[in-house]
Design a protein around this ligand. Structure first.
Ligand SMILES: Nc1ncnc2c1ncn2[C@@H]1O[C@H](COP(=O)(O)OP(=O)(O)OP(=O)(O)O)[C@@H](O)[C@H]1O
Ligand code: NI
Length: 388
């Protein structure tokens, strides 16, 4: 705004003074500007390293989310404030936009794209310890008993898992092993009675109620297992557009739908008019739209024919190729193998081993863990464990 010209007499003429008074009166009627709550700056890298936190070489936030305002590791293990609140939305069949995107963080600018998007990860220095993109440390999860029920044991136990940029880590295990809970625990989307301990770090940031809202749907995205996470009352095209807006990127429109093998005409359809496989691809599109660094995909190939499954896995592998990482929860190990770099085996809430994907070949001799060998040999194409 141009500065008002000074009047030679030192006072504005009457007409100008009236105009100024009117302007001031208009300004007073506007709602006050709300400033985001100031957060202390993050501690220096050295202090974070001393505290045992993984420290990235150089990994500033992007996508418009100013994480320099957030405190890494602000909450003690077990703090469940945000997860509980968010799960209320989840249990109500919460909107995919909210699940994959979350609210816009203070200071985030819509439409702002980071120039680093799509670039390779920073070069590793031999002298500097560079951590994984995602580090899960001693994660234990149980549920407080409800209504006088006997306390159940932990459903995830002392999990330690690292995921580096460029990796697609397939997380496999039998039904009920805890795969979805692990995915939800990373994203802070657990029910209020969940009791969580341990730590999850992403790009040097402790994931907690302070950091997650700024990261979810921007740098970390979830493809949920259930398609009920789509809003039943909103056309799916609008849901994708909403996810894009929250991530601060343009709506991919018809092109986005085509990219995942979906007819663009489906944008106007409500979720009930989509097949299970179509709905799953819409969820994937909504998750990938903001080009996140980390994608946690929970059974993204369910209900898909082999060609559809390959297209979905290819889209996920592309995330890793551009320098991101994917945690791929799947029952279908065989389909995932060509796209996975490693396989993590979850058994009754415990990690039974992590193996290179290349070990899952032939009779499974190259698989280090006994559980991995058993799972591999139990597959129909491997003789249902006849040689185990
Ligand atoms: N809210 C909850 N309260 C209590 N127990 C729960 C809750 N949610 C999940 N569980 C239990 O935790 C265990 C792991 O569930 P989870 O959904 O993570 O399994 P999963 O490995 O994803 O299985 P699937 O392959 O069938 O999807 C199950 O025994 C389940 O009953
Ligand atoms: Ni599951």
């Amino acid at each position: 705004m141009a500065a008002p010209r000074a009047h030679p007499a030192g006072r504005a003429p009457r007409g100008a003074a009236q105009r100024l008074r009117r302007r001031l009166a208009r300004l007073r009627t506007l709602p006050p500007v709300r400033r985001p709550r100031p957060c202390p700056a993050p501690p220096p890298a050295a202090a974070r390293r001393r505290a045992g936190a993984p420290v990235p070489a150089r990994d500033p936030p992007r996508g418009g989310a100013d994480l320099s305002r957030l405190r890494p590791g602000a909450l003690a293990p077990g703090d469940r404030r945000a997860p509980g609140r968010r799960d209320a939305h989840l249990e109500r069949g919460a909107l995919v936009a909210r699940l994959v995107s979350g609210p816009r963080p203070p200071g985030a600018r819509p439409g702002l794209r980071d120039a680093r998007l799509g670039r390779a990860p920073p070069a590793r220095s031999a002298r500097r310890r560079v951590s994984a993109l995602l580090s899960i440390r001693d994660l234990t999860l149980g549920f407080a008993p409800r209504g006088g029920a006997a306390p159940a044991g932990a459903v995830l136990r002392e999990l330690r898992l690292d995921l580096a940029r460029g990796e697609v880590l397939a997380l496999v295990g039998t039904s009920g092993a805890g795969k979805s809970l692990l995915a939800h625990a990373v994203l802070g989307l657990l029910p209020p009675n969940a009791e969580l301990s341990g730590e999850v770090w992403f790009a040097g940031w402790r994931l907690d109620a302070d950091t997650l809202p700024a990261l979810r749907g921007r740098r970390i995205a979830l493809v949920p297992q259930s398609v009920t996470h789509l809003d039943p009352l909103m056309p799916v095209g609008r849901q994708v557009a909403l996810a894009a807006r929250r991530a601060g990127v343009p709506d991919p429109g018809a092109a986005g739908f085509r990219r995942l093998g979906l007819d663009p005409a489906l944008r106007a359809a409500h979720p009930h008019a989509l097949s299970g496989g179509m709905a799953r691809r819409v969820l994937l599109l909504a998750a990938l739209v903001g080009e996140p660094d980390l994608v946690i995909a929970d059974e993204p190939t369910d209900h898909l024919d082999p060609a559809g499954a390959a297209a979905v896995l290819e889209a996920l592998a592309a995330v890793a190729r551009r320098g991101g990482a994917v945690l791929l929860v799947t029952h279908d190990l065989v389909s995932a193998l060509p796209f996975a770099t490693r396989v993590a085996l979850l058994r009754d809430g415990r990690l039974a081993g992590t193996e290179p994907a290349s070990a899952f070949a032939g009779d499974g001799e190259g698989i280090a863990s006994a559980y991995g060998r058993t799972l591999w040999r139990a597959l129909p194409q491997n003789g249902f464990g006849a040689n185990a």
